[in-house]
Design a protein around this ligand. Structure first.
Ligand code: NAP
Length: 246
């Protein structure tokens, strides 16, 4: 493997697209995972390809499905020869008060946010263990740390990612693999676009830096955790929220 390869899940838009672009600009090979075929994903591929001197390619998979994760990782290894870092970014919300939350609504968020991390991590760890190096970076949320009314399913999935990551860091440390979480606060993407103006104002009012975060703010943190500079950091949760939830 001449260049290090990074897999970014759910990279079609929002934070994932910014992470894919950041790694491409830094010269990594980038495996851009997407679920839904559309023009935007091809535009992102072009943008990433012209950003750096690594190679970028699209890989379609629904990461809530174990067989699709395994097939995608096999295809990435066949194309690029290995995997240096996995960025578990794909995520969904299906908010609602617990009283009205169906079991299907709960399960779909656990499958989409947590089991996807399990499936993808399981698929890449044999490759990283053999190479005796690697980085696993998973997107949690400040909601997984502090909770949020109307998001019991989402909060449970994001809190579980933290426990998963801390255990993984202990399991894989002796093989030279680090595992960390990023916990974003309020970041402007499609996921938060549905919030009312009042809800956004209420959030920015309690952010010390007085602005919403951008997908680039999260991409910068992911790039740091995947870099050599972060080689002695493992089992940690890096909160990137403009000092909202301290
Ligand atoms: P977003 O704009 O809604 O984008 C989510 C992306 O994930 C979409 O491209 C979506 O693909 C993809 N995805 C979802 N489920 C998938 C699956 N099963 N397989 C493959 N791709 C899948 O969300 P975002 O705001 O960028 O959030 C990215 C991550 O950061 C999530 O894990 C989220 O929970 C976390 N986060 C976000 C915020 C925030 O304020 N935005 C705060 C804290 C944490 P489709 O286009 O096919 O739907």
């Amino acid at each position: 493997m001449s260049k290090r390869t990074v897999i970014v899940t759910g990279a079609a838009r929002g934070i994932g697209a910014a992470i894919a672009y950041k790694f491409a600009a830094l010269g990594y090979n980038v495996a851009i995972n997407y679920r839904t075929e559309n023009d935007a994903i091809h535009a992102l591929l072009e943008k990433c390809q012209s950003a750096g001197d690594g190679e970028c390619a699209l890989f379609r998979a629904d990461v809530s499905k174990a067989d699709e994760c395994k097939a995608m990782v096999d295809a990435v290894v066949e194309k690029f020869g290995g995997v240096w870092a996995l960025i578990n970014n794909a995520g969904i919300t299906r908010d609602g008060l617990l009283m009205r939350m169906s079991e299907e609504q709960f399960d779909s968020v656990i499958d989409g946010n947590l089991k996807s991390v399990f499936h993808m991590t399981k698929a890449v760890t044999p490759i990283m263990m053999k190479a005796r190096e690697g980085r696993i970076i998973s997107l949690s949320s400040v909601v997984g740390i502090n909770g949020n009314a109307g998001q019991t399913n989402y909060a449970a999935s994001k809190a579980a990612i933290i426990g998963f990551t801390k255990s993984l860091a202990k399991e894989l440390g002796s093989r030279g693999i680090t595992a960390n979480c990023i916990a974003p606060g309020y970041i402007e993407t499609d996921m938060t676009a549905a919030l009312s103006e009042a809800a956004r104002k209420a959030m920015t009012d309690v952010i010390a830096l007085r602005r919403a975060g951008t997908p680039q703010d999260i991409a910068n943190a992911a790039a740091f955790l995947a870099s050599e500079d972060a080689s002695y950091i493992s089992g940690q949760v890096l909160t990137v929220d403009g000092c909202m939830s301290m």
